[in-house]
Design a protein around this ligand. Structure first.
Ligand code: GDP
Ligand code: MN
Length: 400
C-alpha cells in the first residue's frame, strides 16, 4: 500500500524528522489561506498523486505571491498529471500540498528497502539526489551507496557514520545519525517495504530536511497497522483491485491479454507461467481462494472483463478445497449476468462434475469447454490451441 507525500511527511514529523511547514488543500481558496498562514515570501505547490517524477512533469511549482499559489493550485486540482511514473493515462490530481519553500544548498537521496535476497533492510544513499536519481543509478552506480542492516541487530551508529561519510556529510555525522535512526525506527514500527526521501536536503542555513517522501507498506501487515491502513486512498488504486479486494478476491492487474481465474496463489502463478510458456501474456493474477461461491466466481468474471485488454479468459481450477460444481455455476451465472464476447476456456480437475454443470448451463453461454493447460493430449485440446481455435462470438465447442 502506498500513501501520499503529505501523509508520509506527517509520519516523518511524528518521528522527529524535519519536514518543511505545510498543509494539504483541496481548493485554490484554501491554498491561499494556507500560504498566508505559513507566511514567508516563497511557497511551493505540489500535486499529490501516488507517483513520482512530478518535478519534471509540472506537478511541483514555486510561487512568490499568495495569488500565484492560488493560481497554481487552481490549475493543478482537477487536472491530469502525466509523469515518467504515471503511464500515458496520467493521474488525476485531487489535492495539493502547500509548503513554505525551502532554500536548498545540496540535494541527497536517502532510501530504505526490505531486501528479500539478503533478508535485511538496506539503506541506500547518494550525494546526487533530486530529480535525476534514476539516471545516476543506471549511469554511475558507484555514486549510490548501500548499507545492509540486520533487523535482529538494528541500525548501528558506525553504519550511520559510514553512510554520512559516503555522501559527504561527515561534518554533520552526529545529526545525520540521529535522523537516520529515527527513519529506521519509523520504517520498522510501521512495517514499511520502502521509504524514500528524495531529495533529502541541506538548507542554506545548514539544516537537514526531508523535502519529498514516498512510503510503501506491507499489505500483509496492515491488520496490525490500523492507523496506516486509514491513510489508504482508493482513488489512487486500480479500481479493479479495489473491487476485487471488496469481494475477497486476490487480484493484481497486469498488462497482458489473457485473463486468469484460478484457485490458489501457487496454481495462479503456475498458470501465468504456463500462459507465458505458450506465448501468451497474462492480463492479471487472480486467486479466488478456497470454497469460492458461484457469486464470487461471477464477480471474478466481471472484474477480469472490465479490463479492455482481455482477449480470452482461462479458468483453471484444481478442486481440493473448492467445489467444482460451484465454480461451474459461477461461470454459468457470469454468462447470464453479462455478455461475454471473448473465448472462455475452463479447465478443472474433478472434471466430470465440472463438465456436467457447464454442459447443463451451456445453452446460456456464448462459449465454454474444458482443456488441458499443456500441449494437446487425449484429455482435450491444449489451452493455447483452444484460445486460437475460438474466436469471439463462436458458439461451438472445441474438438476433443
Ligand atoms: P518529484 O519530482 O515527484 O520527486 O517531486 P519532489 O518533491 O522531489 O520535487 C522535485 C524537485 O523540486 C526537487 O528535487 C527540488 O529540486 C524541487 N523542489 C521541491 N520543493 C522545493 C522547495 O521548497 N524549494 C526549492 N528551491 N525547490 C524545491
Ligand atoms: Mn522526489
Amino acid at each position: 500500500m502506498n500513501i501520499h507525500e503529505y501523509q508520509a511527511k506527517e509520519l516523518l514529523k511524528s518521528y522527529g524528522i524535519p519536514v518543511p511547514p505545510g498543509e494539504v488543500v483541496y481548493s485554490d481558496r484554501a491554498a491561499a489561506r494556507v500560504a498566508e498562514e505559513l507566511g514567508g515570501s516563497r511557497w511551493v505547490v505540489k500535486a499529490q498523486i501516488h507517483a513520482g517524477g512530478r518535478g519534471k512533469g509540472g506537478g511541483v511549482k514555486l510561487a512568490n505571491s499568495v495569488g500565484k499559489v492560488a493560481d497554481l493550485a487552481d490549475q493543478m486540482i482537477g487536472s491530469t498529471l502525466v509523469t515518467a511514473q504515471t503511464g500515458d493515462a496520467g493521474k488525476r490530481v485531487q489535492r495539493v500540498l502547500i509548503e513554505r519553500a525551502s532554500r536548498i544548498d545540496r540535494e541527497f537521496y536517502l532510501g530504505m528497502i526490505v531486501d528479500r535476497v539478503s533478508q535485511k533492510i538496506v539503506v541506500i544513499a547518494s550525494a546526487e539526489g533530486g530529480v535525476d536519481i534514476e539516471q545516476v543509478a543506471t549511469e554511475r552506480p558507484d555514486a549510490i551507496h548501500t548499507e545492509h542492516v540486520d533487523p535482529g541487530v538494528g541500525l548501528l551508529d558506525f553504519q550511520c557514520r559510514k553512510v554520512a561519510t559516503a555522501i559527504g556529510l561527515a561534518n554533520r555525522a552526529a545529526s545525520f545519525t540521529r535522523l537516520l535512526k529515527r527513519i529506521y525506527r519509523l520504517f520498522r514500527d510501521k512495517d514499511c517495504l520502502l521509504l524514500e526521501i528524495n531529495p533529502f536536503i541541506v538548507t542554506e542555513d545548514g539544516d537537514l530536511v526531508a523535502l519529498d517522501c514516498k512510503m510503501e507498506f506491507d499489505d500483509n501487515a496492515l491488520y496490525r497497522q490500523s492507523a496506516v491502513a486509514e491513510l489508504r486512498d482508493f482513488e489512487e488504486e486500480d479500481p479493479k483491485e479495489v473491487d476485487a479486494s471488496g469481494h475477497g478476491l486476490n487480484y493484481v492487474a497486469l498488462d497482458g491479454n489473457v485473463g486468469c481465474i484460478v484457485n490458489g496463489a501457487g496454481l495462479a502463478m503456475g498458470t501465468m507461467d504456463a500462459i507465458a510458456h505458450h506465448g501468451g501474456r497474462p492480463a492479471n493474477f487472480l486467486d479466488v481462494g478456497g470454497g469460492a461461491s458461484p457469486e464470487k466466481i461471477a464477480n471474478a468474471f466481471r472484474i477480469v472483463l472490465t479490463d479492455p485488454n482481455v482477449h480470452a479468459i482461462l479458468v483453471n481450477i484444481f478442486a481440493g478445497i473448492n467445489r467444482c460444481d460451484w465454480i461451474a455455476q459461477g461461470v454459468v451465472q457470469a454468462t447470464r449476468d453479462q455478455r461475454i464476447d471473448v473465448p472462455v476456456i475452463v479447465r478443472g480437475d474433478a472434471r466430470r462434475k465440472f463438465k456436467d454443470e457447464l454442459q447443463t448451463g451451456r445453452a446460456k453461454m456464448s462459449i465454454c469447454g474444458t482443456c488441458d493447460v499443456g500441449p494437446a493430449g487425449k484429455e482435450g485440446p491444449s489451452f493455447w490451441s483452444a484460445i486460437t481455435y475460438w474466436s469471439p462470438n463462436k458458439t461451438d465447442l472445441p474438438p476433443g
